[in-house]
Design a protein around this ligand. Structure first.
Ligand SMILES: *[C@@H]1O[C@H](CO)[C@@H](O)[C@H](O)[C@H]1NC(C)=O
Length: 304
């Protein structure tokens, strides 16, 4: 209890202190301009404090920062541009961006991030550019970018991705460029959706030619966009259940059409045949040609 009190008091004290330093000039060594703070390559090992509260542009690139300080960054409710590239950040969470609804540009490339959670970027509804290249991301959870509906550029180059679920990403209508090269893509049947997407929306992937499979061995080096053609025959059975239904339907349709065509042509033939017989009866049937005696004789022969 006492500890907890002390901790929250500490936090309160920190907030009060920050209130007192609202007019704070600039973190040491940084260059501050109106709305703009540049702390690029200044040897920071932790997130700087005393950032001007009206900061819109914050460049923290090329330092050794290990984590984004939620408390500090959430004070910057006007922040639009945040460059944290070339640092040592291993984890970011939703809490870091609670006040980040105006952030349009977020660069976290060249860090050591390992995953993108379903809610990590959830609050960043204004995001346009998200750079996550050159990290160690192994896993992007389903629906991770669902809230980033305005996103235009998504850079996931040079990570450790073997699979990504593209179902939700594909539906983001503003997408303009998606970079996926330099990942060890696993080109088994699970790559089907990604491969199809790469094949279909070619203009979306500027680095398509470098987006290649790493495993299995037989697929290594093959472009992910070409992978589908190579694996289709293996993956057909589990994946194309609807194709089978389609083929059966086509078969049934052809069968039924056949019957209908046969029936109609049969009816037409019979009709034409009758027509012909009628006209023949009218014109040229002569009883003389069929002598009744002869046929009687033949019948009696058969019967005996
Ligand atoms: C991909 O994500 C969707 C939801 O967006 C989910 O329904 C689907 O099962 C996922 N697929 C895989 C292979 O995880």
């Amino acid at each position: 209890m006492f500890l907890y009190l002390r901790r929250s008091q500490g936090l309160l004290w920190e907030i009060l202190l920050m209130g007192a330093t609202i007019a704070a000039d600039c973190p040491p060594k940084c260059i501050c301009d109106i709305f703009k703070v540049n702390c690029r390559n200044k040897g920071f090992v932790s997130f700087p404090k005393n950032l001007p509260l009206n900061t819109r542009y914050l460049d923290l690139s090329r330092n050794s920062i290990t984590e984004i300080n939620s408390l500090q960054i959430n004070l910057l409710s006007d922040l639009v541009y945040l460059d944290c590239s070339h640092n040592a950040i291993s984890e970011v969470s939703k809490l870091d961006f609670l006040a980040g609804s105006r952030v349009a540009y977020l660069d976290l490339s060249y860090n050591t991030l390992k995953r993108v959670g379903a809610t990590t970027f959830q609050t960043l509804a204004s995001l346009i550019v998200l750079k996550l290249a050159h990290n160690k991301i192994r896993n992007v959870q389903n629906n991770a970018f669902d809230s980033n509906i305005g996103i235009r550029e998504l850079d996931l180059r040079n990570n450790s991705l073997t699979f990504v679920n593209v179902t939700a990403i594909k539906t983001l209508s503003g997408l303009h460029s998606v970079y996926l090269s330099g990942n060890p893509w696993d080109c088994q049947c699970t790559v089907k959706d990604l491969s199809q997407w790469l094949q279909k929306d070619k203009s979306l992937f500027p680095d398509d030619k470098d987006t290649v499979c790493r495993s299995p061995n037989s697929m290594a080096g093959i472009k992910v966009s070409d992978a589908l053609n190579n694996i289709l025959h293996i993956c057909l059975a589990p994946l194309d259940y609807f194709d089978y239904i389609f083929f059966v339907m086509v078969g049934v349709t052809i069968f039924i059409s056949g019957i209908i065509v046969a029936t109609i042509s049969g009816i037409i033939m019979v009709y034409l045949d009758r027509q012909r017989k009628y006209t023949e009866t009218d014109d040229d049937i002569e009883p003389v040609l069929y002598p009744p005696a002869k046929s009687n004789m033949r019948f009696s022969q058969i019967n005996t």
